[in-house]
Design a protein around this ligand. Structure first.
Ligand SMILES: NC(=O)c1ccc[n+]([C@@H]2O[C@H](COP(=O)([O-])OP(=O)(O)OC[C@H]3O[C@@H](n4cnc5c(N)ncnc54)[C@H](O)[C@@H]3O)[C@@H](O)[C@H]2O)c1
Ligand SMILES: [Fe+2]
Length: 382
């Protein structure tokens, strides 16, 4: 059996309405000053617990994440200054992956001078002195339980990862009630991101039987609940299932991580600043078609978990799974072609160059991908 390293947050609270427990957690840990980082639609949902925290003597500074898209290094530096001036002993991030990734980095860096550009890659942080609590309000990235944070480098326009055990929260609060307000489009895109984390961990070159259990269960949960949540955002069982799937996908990220889909999606999102989930969703079926010959035997278990009729022919299982995923994505309203979202065909070579730079994920792919392959994949979904 290959060796993997499984790191989790110190504590995970998961369940409907669990969020307000953060106040007791903080008080028990002698926390006094809290930076709360969140975003427009979420603030009203935080009012009661922030009032409770203030009543119990916690000093709060609210920082509003106002960037319209995913976080850049430039924006991170602005928030870092704002947070540092308050000298917090806890960063509480409540939001989607964009907010959580920034919250994680603020906790690790806002009391230090290290430039963010020196932190890219694996194991580049050497400590964290500020406590970190994360509460996801989308069900997709799994950032709440992963040691990863992703920023768009404002210097070269590329998306880059920072991977460190110091980015794991002290306390993660997964409260699916936050996601009831999530619009169908964001539900669909973020849900497909969670599906990618699980599928890509399962077909990964470094797949591991222990991590496979999360990956498979996450695949089943997304496939059986995403359409329900898109059609009726207030469907609580579907929202709860997706929150769990997101966590399961996140647990796959540290030990095994993603592969070709995420690498190629960095090319798309780097050039066009589209949402992370949309970029992945567009790529997943075609990258699976490309990878199929190298991981054929993995599709039977996926078919079974999704609830598709099991066939003794792996090729047939693979085709059924890929077709199912493509249909699910389309039924959830996600475009299936790059041309539908305004991407210029002449940009494909540049996007391919960006994707080829994501060697940390390409090296996990079950089948070697050349620059020509990347171009063909983008062209096939154009
Ligand atoms: N750290 C990791 O392990 C990891 C993994 C995958 C992706 N990511 C990163 O996460 C980011 C994407 O995160 P995301 O997909 O969660 O999207 P997001 O955080 O960018 O949020 C998308 C939109 O949804 C809104 N929103 C969030 N929660 C809402 C709610 N409950 N109700 C209404 N609106 C709400 C936000 O305001 C935003 O406009 C990317 O930068 C990606 O690279 C990180
Ligand atoms: Fe992702």
């Amino acid at each position: 059996m290959n060796q993997v390293e499984i790191m989790t947050p110190k504590k995970v609270l998961i369940g409907s309405d669990c969020f307000q427990s953060w106040v007791d957690e903080a008080l028990q840990s002698s926390i006094k000053k809290v930076v709360v980082l969140s975003v427009g639609p979420i603030w009203p949902m935080l009012e009661a617990s922030l009032q409770l925290a203030a009543d119990k003597g916690l000093k709060l500074k609210k920082i509003d994440y106002t960037l319209p898209g995913e976080p850049t290094t430039e924006y991170f530096d602005v928030l870092r200054k704002e947070a540092a001036s308050f000298r917090p002993d806890l960063i509480l991030g409540v939001g989607g992956g964009s907010v959580l990734d920034v919250a994680k980095l603020l906790a690790a860096l806002c009391d230090r001078k290290t430039p963010i550009s020196k932190c890219f890659g694996k194991g580049m942080l050497d400590k964290r002195s500020i406590a970190l609590y994360c509460a996801p309000t989308t069900a997709g990235t799994g950032s709440e339980v992963s040691p990863n944070a992703i920023l768009l480098d404002s210097n070269d326009g590329e998306k880059k990862g920072i991977i460190s055990p110091y980015l794991l929260p002290d306390c993660t609060l997964i409260d699916p009630m936050f996601t009831l307000s999530l619009p169908a489009k964001i539900t669909a895109e973020t849900g497909m991101d969670a599906l990618c984390h699980c599928v890509e961990a399962f077909i990964n070159k470094n797949a591991h039987p222990f991590v496979d259990t999360y990956a498979l269960r996450g695949i089943g949960l997304v496939c059986k609940n995403l359409l329900k949540a898109c059609r009726d955002g207030r469907n609580k069982p579907a929202r709860e299932a997706l929150a769990m799937a997101s966590m399961m996908g996140g647990l796959c990220l540290g030990p095994v991580n993603t592969c070709g889909v995420h690498a190629l999606s960095y090319g798309l999102a780097g050039k066009y600043h589209m949402s992370h989930g949309l970029a992945n969703a567009l790529l997943l079926p075609e990258v699976l078609r490309f990878n199929k010959p190298a991981c054929l035997a993995r599709f039977g278990a996926m078919a079974k978990e999704i609830g598709l009729p099991y066939r003794y022919d792996n090729q047939q299982n693979a085709d059924a799974v890929i077709e199912y995923i493509q249909q699910l994505s389309a039924q959830c309203g996600i475009p299936q072609h790059l041309s539908e979202i305004g991407i210029k065909k002449e940009d494909i070579p540049e996007m391919a160059d960006m994707a080829m730079n994501v060697t940390r994920l390409l090296c996990n792919n079950p089948r070697e991908i050349t620059r020509e392959d990347v171009i063909t994949i983008y062209e096939n979904i154009y």
